[in-house]
Design a protein around this ligand. Structure first.
Ligand code: GDP
Ligand code: ZN
Length: 461
């Protein structure tokens, strides 16, 4: 395939001491060479591949020095895009990096579209679609665990598993083909049915297993949607503040995301908590008052985790009891706050109300109990789950949708076998399963889907 040479700033804007302008394409090295004066006088077109060179970026028109730079030259195909790639490292700061980019563009490169580097890596066969999506997740990763998840996917863990499943289906299809071609042999038919049941059941189980990880995967990716509720004055704001202050707040300047509720992210033991409607807590103290009963019901319903705060130094009220009712059936951690004050609350009654929910006592004033709360959050999230490291999590909603459809298709195939449906009908369901799985890794996807996916990437990746 042939592409023109693209360029973009590939480090976050305005951050870090070093910024990188990346070029990719047939002319990448020639363009960079025109602009570069190395201290050893060598031209970039003459240097060995995968080496880095110190020198100055100059304006070829007047020879004026623009920037002090380090330039890496990497010839394809052993590069991220499989094309010739040049990375110009310069001092951070928007002004200087933009100046470098401007000169690169003036000398023949085109500004890359969002995600275009990754798109090229995909189109040039360097990575498959699920890996390309992982690059995007990596850019957005909110905690180390989410990062590991994305890394695992990028290394192709999911792709590998999907390929294996597709291979299994192909083997069944091959058998079915033989069966259709030689219907007169009874034993072939018998074997086909037996094998079909075995292999298709295996594929179904694997898809089911993957889907089971999707909830956690999604949470790692998007954050555990968390709502703090409680009567006025029990300590909701204090809880929010200590969660935010004790944990690294996660920056969420993802371009293009619109949010109608204010959210704040904190990293609790590797679980990204998305604290929903914190503005409601901070400003009016009352989520119901601020967004209305209907809306707050909706917020509660969509929450993955409820932190229900009670006052240790006060008696339970009807309002407290109503809160328990409102969150029935949800994941709730009950926090009994203000344990530094004399007890008024009926703990037996709280235990009754809490039922299966975890309970934690805190004194936010004296900074006690927050560790236990964090333990409880982490335990709740990772209960029964295998550590992120050795598990293939599905986190991408496109993958989840395709897996659900594949599961349905393979189940139809299995039902067909069970009911003695003609094998060439079963074949259709199997083929569909194979195709749907293929879409996850980008075999058999449409051009428009590819464009849409890559346009979500940050510029320069
Ligand atoms: P909210 O209305 O539920 O958001 O409660 P706030 O977090 O605003 O707290 C209400 C009051 O209780 C404030 O004066 C806090 O300083 C105080 N407070 C919060 N936690 C504790 C605690 O553990 N012990 C004591 N004694 N006071 C607390
Ligand atoms: Zn408050």
């Amino acid at each position: 395939m042939e592409f023109d040479t693209i360029a973009a700033i590939s480090t976050p804007m305005g951050e870090g001491a070093i910024a990188i302008v990346r070029l990719s394409g047939d002319d990448a090295i020639r363009i960079a060479s025109q602009l570069f004066r190395g201290i050893h006088g060598k031209k970039l077109t003459e240097v060995v591949s995968h080496t880095i060179h110190y020198g100055h970026l100059v304006d070829p028109k007047d020879g004026q020095v623009v920037e002090e730079v380090m330039v890496s030259v990497m010839k394809g195909p052993k590069t991220f895009t499989k094309e010739d790639v040049v990375e110009i490292n310069c001092h951070g700061g928007i002004v200087s990096v933009n100046r470098v980019l401007k000169h690169v563009l003036k000398n023949g490169a085109r500004l890359a579209e969002p995600g275009e580097f990754t798109k090229r890596a995909f189109l040039n066969g360097r990575i498959d679609l699920s890996q390309a999506e992982a690059v995007m997740d990596l850019i957005r990763a909110k905690t180390d665990r989410a990062m590991n998840l994305a890394l695992g996917q990028m290394e192709g863990r999911l792709s590998k598993l999907i390929r294996k499943l597709r291979q299994e289906i192909l083997e069944i299809l091959a058998h079915v083909e033989v069966n259709i071609d030689y219907p007169e042999y009874d034993d072939v038919e018998e074997m086909t049915h037996k094998m079909l049941k075995e292999k298709a059941s295996y594929v179904r189980e694997e898809i089911e297993k993957l889907l089971q990880t999707s909830e956690q995967g999604k949470i790692l990716r998007e954050g555990l949607s968390t709502v703090i509720i409680g009567r006025p004055n029990v300590g909701k704001s204090s809880l929010l503040n200590s969660l935010v202050h004790e944990n690294k707040a996660i920056v969420t300047d993802i371009p293009g995301t619109t949010r109608d509720v204010i959210e704040e992210y904190v990293n609790v033991r590797g679980v990204p908590l998305k604290l929903v409607d914190t503005a409601g807590i901070r400003e009016t103290e009352d989520i119901v008052e601020r967004i209305g009963v209907e809306r707050s019901r909706q917020v509660l319903k969509e929450a993955d985790l409820i932190l229900l705060v009670l006052n240790y130094a006060d008696q339970l009220t009807a309002e407290d009891e109503n809160l328990f009712k409102a969150v029935e059936g949800m994941d709730v951690i009950v926090i009994i706050n203000k344990t530094d004050l004399p007890q008024q609350i009926d703990l037996e009654r709280v235990k009754d109300l809490a039922g299966e929910h975890r309970m934690v006592t805190t004194s936010l004033l004296e900074d006690r109990g927050v560790d236990e709360l964090e333990d409880a959050i982490s335990a709740l999230f990772f209960a029964g789950a295998i550590e992120a490291g050795d598990q293939t999590y599905v986190s991408n909603s496109r993958h989840i949708a395709l897996l659900s459809q594949s599961l349905q298709a393979i189940e139809e195939a299995l039902d067909g076998v069970e009911m003695g449906t003609p094998i060439d009908i079963v074949q259709i369901d199997l083929t569909r399963t194979w195709e749907l799985l293929g879409e996850i890794i980008g075999d058999s996807v449409h051009e428009s889907l590819i464009d849409q996916l890559f346009s979500q990437f940050c510029l320069g990746k």
